[in-house]
Write a protein that binds this ligand. Structure first.
Ligand code: ATP
Length: 841
């Protein structure tokens, strides 16, 4: 019972292949597949090659055609399926496919695992392509028959069989002096390489040909073109064969690949595209030959035989590849050549790329240069003249005449190779460049983004820097304002103290004139504190002598210090000598003036300063204060000495390198109210080694009378200054590293009974021993009280009783002591202070 067929129609592929028409044998008999396969093959109409090759206009054939002509030989070899078992001899015979299921029956029946095939060999020159049932159902394809092949090798054909039919004639012609080309063409994996090169066990065409010629090893896969050139060894007029340089070209072309099947990516994909392009170019070359042969005036001439071996796979999965190849290669069988014997002038007829280029270039130049004048026959025409056009036409005709024989010549094997290689290389290079461009674009984009980010960060950094600079400027302005405010605050504080002292107490005024440095610092004696601290000074002013703006202010600066105030005076190092004047007037004013070297009268307040004009004397004073040589000098004739009757003047002139008085020395000045002689009293302590008192005699007398002690300080009895200030008690002391304090009202000395000082200057001696090595006093000891309060203060000489009594009773005790001793309150207070300070009691 005949089997049902899904596709009763069979199409015979013709050129143009799109005009497929049903096979005549199947148009009227839908059950033709049920017939005997041999009958079915017979009913398939052969490929109408002659109809296609027939010229449109009936013209006599060229002499060459009449002499010798043959078509391009196209072989087809069907690769066996992997699971296909080698069929037996009977099954391998060429037979038609009666119906679709019978295709499997041809190969089937032997193994259930066998794949379905789409190809069936109809005969030695034809085959049938059967689409898969799925495509048939969708009516997307139908069965087609292809015929006219030089030979169809069934899957079971052997390598040797292929060689004998395909390669052996070429080798024979090659050895006879003819060039040939053999190319294997087909889908990937269809068996091109296997056919061309084969394997060691099954050598291919090349191997067998080389064995025939020399014997050599086959090359590797992929696209490979082998040119075997026959070189004449010697000129032999009798042997025409060796005079020709015959070339046998064997090409193993790259197989067309379907990307969906291969799944190639990246470089493999690019390579696959190049391979497909190569196949396409090769097909275009063959199509060009096919189209060219329609021109009967210019028949294709060749001097060698070309052959093409098509390799196909017969599996259903390979239907598309096989169909594509068959459709593409079927028209190639119509290519007809007119064989010509290769002669010595043959190269002249071949395409000469260099010659064409040389000819075409001047033609293009002249054609493009339309404005160039053209001379002919002595006449001149511009670029638009008709004569010029004729000349150009002649030139073009000349070029065409040159090209005509070239175009009429079939491309040689080398030209095919060059075209293929060139196109392949060009495609690969083009894609590589595209890829490089893409990479460079990506890199440039990334680099641009990075640069943009860096630029943004840089702008942010600039903005931050600007903000910081602005903040710094603001901070500087704020700092300047704060300094000004601090300066104003200091001035205000000074003025407040001054006002307070002026209103209620004797003033202590530090008057800084030409060297208005209140704090004196000596770098040469940096280990000591070169300050003169007036009690617990809180006012410290540094003055830059170069700053003129400060001079007037500081010159008038008067520091009125109470018990918690200090004035530190520092000497600048490069001054040769300086003068410190501490003057106590009758109004209890003290002025400190600090002047540079050479200025003896530097105190701006004449009533309160004594001047030293002689440096030598100042040095002596300093030396005597240092225990070596220090002497003070008071100008007896100075009117200032008379004006400062009730003042104590301590003058020191400090040599440049031996600023001993202020360096590391502190001056303590005890000031009491005018209790001894009804006038102002001063008590000052100085270095015990050398002190000069202006009124030392009187002071000693008072002290001796009060305490019974002796002061052996040298005093110039003839000094008019001493006479002028006879009513003052002046005790000056400059002690190293000791504070100089000026209690304006009361000098409170802590009792030091254990002090057994026998020095001639017990006051300063005690102070020297009492004071610690520290630069500043640890805590304030002096209180600044108004004179009136001091007068009412307890002046009891009994320190123990005083300490024992409560504060509220001190005044009472002082009054009582005054009554008992018959001393004035001022003297009692002075004695009290001396006792406590000097630890005499
Ligand atoms: N006629 C044949 N008989 C047995 N095996 C074959 C035959 N043809 C091809 N093969 C096998 O099929 C496989 C693929 O064959 P081959 O490499 O020659 O294909 P190809 O067309 O050259 O592929 P590509 O285009 O990728 O180079 C090989 O393993 C080869 O041995």
């Amino acid at each position: 019972m005949p089997m049902a067929t899904p596709n009763p129609s069979v199409t015979v592929r013709r050129n143009p292949h799109r005009r497929a028409r049903p096979t005549p044998s199947t148009t009227n008999d839908p059950d033709h597949l049920s017939m005997d396969p041999s009958l079915a093959v017979k009913q398939i109409r052969p490929f109408p090659l002659h109809d296609l090759l027939e010229p449109s206009d009936e013209q006599p054939a060229t002499p060459a055609e009449a002499i010798d002509s043959e078509n391009l030989r196209v072989f087809i070899r069907i690769r066996p399926l992997e699971t296909l078992r080698k069929p037996n001899k009977a099954a391998s015979t060429i037979r038609s496919r009666p119906k679709a299921p019978s295709v499997n029956a041809i190969r089937g029946g032997q193994s259930k695992k066998m794949k379905a095939v789409c190809l069936s060999v109809n005969g030695p020159h034809s085959l049938t392509l059967v689409p898969p049932p799925s495509m048939v159902e969708l009516k997307r394809a139908k069965t087609e028959a292809f015929e006219g092949f030089s030979f169809v090798f069934p899957p079971e054909s052997l390598q040797r069989e292929v060689y004998d039919r395909v390669m052996e004639p070429l080798i024979s012609d090659f050895l006879g002096g003819k060039s040939h080309l053999l190319a294997a063409m087909g889908a990937t994996g269809s068996g091109k390489t296997h056919t061309v090169f084969g394997t060691p066990r099954e050598p291919g065409l090349v191997s067998l040909a080389l064995q025939r010629l020399f014997g050599s090893n086959p090359p590797s896969r992929s696209q490979c073109i082998i040119n075997i050139r026959c070189e004449p060894q010697a000129a032999d007029p009798d042997n025409d064969v060796l005079q020709n340089k015959a070339v046998l070209t064997i090409a193993d072309l790259a197989g067309a690949e379907r990307e969906k099947r291969t799944g190639n990516q990246g470089m493999r994909l690019l390579e696959s595209n190049a391979i497909n392009n190569t196949s396409m170019v090769f097909g275009q070359c063959l199509r060009s030959l096919l189209e060219h042969q329609k021109n009967t005036k210019k028949p294709l001439q060749k001097h060698f035989q070309d052959s093409l071996v098509l390799t196909v796979k017969s599996g259903e999965d390979d239907y598309l590849d096989t169909s594509m190849l068959l459709r593409q290669a079927s028209p190639y069988m119509k290519i007809k050549f007119y064989n010509v014997e290769e002669s010595s002038n043959l190269p002249c007829l071949k395409r000469q790329p260099n010659l064409i280029t040389k000819i075409e270039q001047p033609k293009r130049r002249k054609l493009n240069n339309s404005d160039a004048p053209v001379f002919k026959g002595g006449k001149h025409f511009d670029g638009q003249s008709i004569f010029k056009t004729e000349v150009q036409r002649e030139q073009v005709q000349q070029v065409e005449n040159i090209q005509d024989p070239v175009l009429s010549t079939m491309p040689t094997n080398a030209e095919f190779q060059r075209v293929e290689m060139h196109n392949a290389e060009y495609c690969v290079e083009l894609r590589m460049r595209e890829r490089e461009c893409q990479i460079m674009q990506s890199f440039s984009r990334a680099l641009w983004n990075v640069l943009k980010q860096y630029k943004q960060k840089l702008e942010e950094s600039d903005n931050t820097i600007q903000r910081l600079e602005q903040s710094l400027t603001n901070e500087k302005a704020r700092t300047a304002n704060l300094e000004k405010a601090l300066e104003n605050l200091r001035r205000h504080s000074c003025s407040c103290h001054k006002q307070c002292l002026c209103s209620s107490s004797p003033k202590f005024i530090a008057d800084v004139s030409s060297r208005p440095t209140v704090e004196l610092q000596d770098e040469a004696h940096s280990e000591s504190n070169n300050s003169v601290e007036l009690d617990n000074a809180v006012q410290t002013i540094k003055h830059d002598p170069t700053d003129q703006s400060q001079s007037p202010e500081l010159a008038e600066c008067r520091y009125s210090l109470d018990g918690q105030s200090n004035i530190s005076m520092a000497k600048e190092p490069k001054n040769s000598f300086q003068t410190l004047e501490v003057s106590l007037t009758g109004q209890h004013n003290e002025e400190l003036s600090h002047s540079p070297r050479g200025q003896s009268n530097i105190s701006p307040t004449e009533a309160s300063s004594n001047n030293f004009s002689q440096e030598n004397e100042a040095k002596e004073l300093l030396n005597s204060l240092e225990g070596i040589e220090y002497s003070s000098y008071v100008d007896p004739g100075s009117p200032h000495s008379k004006a400062s009757e009730n003042s104590l003047t301590i003058c020191g002139i400090f040599p440049e390198h031996d600023i001993s008085m202020p360096v590391g020395q502190n001056l303590e000045i005890g000031l009491t109210s005018s209790s001894l002689h009804g006038q102002s009293n001063m008590l000052a302590t100085n270095d015990p080694s050398s002190i000069k008192f202006s009124q030392e005699n009187e002071a000693k007398e008072h002290l001796n009378s009060l305490e019974g002690t002796e002061d052996t300080s040298p005093v110039d009895p003839g000094s008019p200054h001493s006479k002028a200030s006879e009513n003052n008690l002046t005790t000056c002391g400059i002690s190293r590293e000791m504070d100089v304090s000026i209690p304006l009202t009361e000098l409170v000395v802590p009792p030091r009974k254990d002090t057994g000082c026998t020095d001639k200057h017990p006051v300063t001696k005690v102070l020297l021993e009492e004071k610690p090595e520290s630069i500043r006093p640890q805590k304030p000891r002096w209180r600044l009280l108004p004179t009136s309060a001091m007068l009412l203060e307890d002046s009891s000489l009994d320190s123990e009783d005083q300490n024992a009594d409560p504060k509220g009773r001190r005044g009472y005790g002082k009054v009582m002591a005054t009554v008992e001793t018959g001393r004035t309150p001022g003297s009692i207070s002075l004695v009290h202070m001396l006792r406590r300070n000097l630890q005499i009691l």
